[in-house]
Design a protein around this ligand. Structure first.
Ligand SMILES: Cc1cc2nc3c(=O)[nH]c(=O)nc-3n(C[C@H](O)[C@H](O)[C@H](O)COP(=O)(O)O)c2cc1C
Length: 191
């Protein structure tokens, strides 16, 4: 069921670092974005990926994980084993990229989860250094990177209480994500 897949599709930040993925896996996930809507159908996004350990090792230190947690994951070297970088091609558009990027990012992480691959979207990265690693030309601007790997933790949704939306952990293996209740996000019906 779609809802089960969506419920499982959480932000994972601890992975089994022995499980690797291939170029084909990455290109399959990126190919899913061709099936998404796009403002004015401009399709201004471009993608790069990494799946070799030596490349992943260069990318990892350039990312910021879990702003709300004092002790930052991944723990015990449970690092991601692949990445997909979503970039804006500013020669195609500078005004219609943000929403397209959100739609495409969620499409990639849902497609990944369906194959048992966990993901975390990260907007917080050292963009200039990422640009160098991927040899990106000036007009290709990194916006979001998706860390990928076989999940090595559980992530559970709980109802947010008193507006507190900060995620928290119980030890190294359990992460809790407060979501606002349906009651809180629904606006009044038309009268
Ligand atoms: C646009 C965007 C940027 C994000 N950037 C980061 C980030 O830089 N680092 C991080 O650890 N998580 C990042 N996240 C993950 C969020 O923290 C996560 O979605 C949120 O805590 C809710 O958890 P859930 O995805 O399991 O529902 C980002 C998510 C989105 C949608």
């Amino acid at each position: 069921m779609f809802k089960d897949l969506l419920t499982k599709t959480r932000s994972y930040r601890n992975f089994d670092s022995t499980v690797a993925y291939t170029k084909e896996d990455m290109e399959y996930l990126i190919s899913l974005t061709r099936l998404t809507p796009s403002a004015a159908n401009k399709q201004p996004l471009k993608y790069a990926y990494a799946y070799k350990k030596e490349d992943c090792d260069k990318i990892f230190p350039l990312l910021s994980w879990a702003g709300y947690l004092e002790e930052k994951p991944p723990y015990d070297n449970n690092v991601p084993t692949a990445y997909i970088l979503i970039c804006f091609d500013t020669e195609i558009s500078t005004t219609t990229c943000e929403m397209d990027a959100g739609i495409c990012a969620q499409t990639i992480v849902l497609g990944a989860m369906e194959k048992g691959i966990g993901a975390c979207m990260l907007g917080s990265m050292k963009k200039d250094e990422i640009k160098k690693i991927f040899n990106l030309p000036e007009h290709i601007v990194p916006r979001l990177i998706i860390a990928l790997g076989k999940p090595k933790e559980t992530v559970e949704i709980v109802d947010a209480k008193d507006g507190d939306i900060k995620y928290y952990r119980d030890g190294k293996e359990k992460h809790f994500v407060p979501k606002r209740t349906l009651e809180e996000i629904l606006l009044p019906e038309i009268k």
